[in-house]
Design a protein around this ligand. Sequence first.
Ligand code: FES
Length: 407
Amino acid sequence: MKIKGFLEDISGIKRITKARLDAIKNAPDGPIPEDPIRKIAEEWHPGELVLTVQSVRMSGKEARTYRFVKPEGGKLPLFLPGQYLVLTLDVDGKPVSRPYSISSAPSEARLENGFVEITVKKPREDGFFADWIFQHLNAGDPVKALIGCGQFYYEPLRDAPLILALAGGIGITPFVSMAREIAAGKLDISMTILYGANREDELVLFDELTALEQEASGRLRVIPVLAEGEGGSLTGRTVEQGFLSADLIRKYLGIGAGDAPDTSVFICGPQAMYRYLRGELAKLDLPKRRIRFEVFGQVKNIADYEGYPTEALGKTFSMTVHRGIREDVIPAQASESIAVALERAGIRLETGCRSGECGFCRTKVLSGSYFVSPENDGRRAADKDFNYVHACAAFPTSDLSIRIPIA
Ligand code: FES
């Protein structure tokens, strides 16, 4: 049988070769007026787009959902449920970019008047970009967006078709995109979401999730997990009290009640939740390939990481930035990443995840020292050897000299 399969493969190649030779023989003399492959590639992956805010709506006590469309109408690029977009806005005359998980479904982007949505929570502290959005971004405003980034999506070759989603606060947004696609019958998985929040009034997009549960005919289940209060108004649904503990995860994975079903665990939430959950998940002895963390954005307190040189704390260094033949000297605070220092100086560097993962912000360090948190050091070994860093995840610990591409 093996030999037959091999021979079939060979004959397949022969067929392709003949088809190619025929295509070459019959090709027109001049260049093809429109390359169909290029046309599809440009439609699906057009790079950064200028979009318009079509609407803004409340999606919880302190959360708003922003819907973006093309100013001229039409379909938006393809993405996968769970991916994020990179939003670039002019903040006080300087271009500033941040990643936001897309909370709408891919099928909604591909409508004739397609749209994408992000949901933003009013920050409690240190969230100047989200603050700026809350204060200044309104319907009719232009934005720039790169749609369809990141690895946080269901991949059938890698993930189990049963998903246990662990969401913390605004970390619910990628799961809402997945839930919408499940309810639309376009994503063939079943998902249980353990949705952690302090109180029930902090549950974001909860009405939409409740409606999606009805539409998804048993393939979507949402369990609020409340640290405070009992979820008084959530009558008729299961509510858990406390935190996303190992015991709770075990309960919803079905471990301890016979054989555990083959389930992938997807996690999205704030940085503090990740640290806590890593400890809880370690108690469960799950295969590593079944646990997926979404990237968590910029490191908040770099000095909390083991190995950080504390003598750098509180200092502001001088950073020389080379771009082509240009050279600028700017301040760089020890507590902020190289990417943030560039942003403050109004120097554009392409960024995506802001978590050290995607490599968009790859930067050559010519001299000086820096610290990269082990948790989001996504550099390749060769990059480390040749002194490249991901500027969003590298923090200056001395005066620096760097080279960046001209954006
Ligand atoms: S923006 Fe993704 S690695 Fe820096």
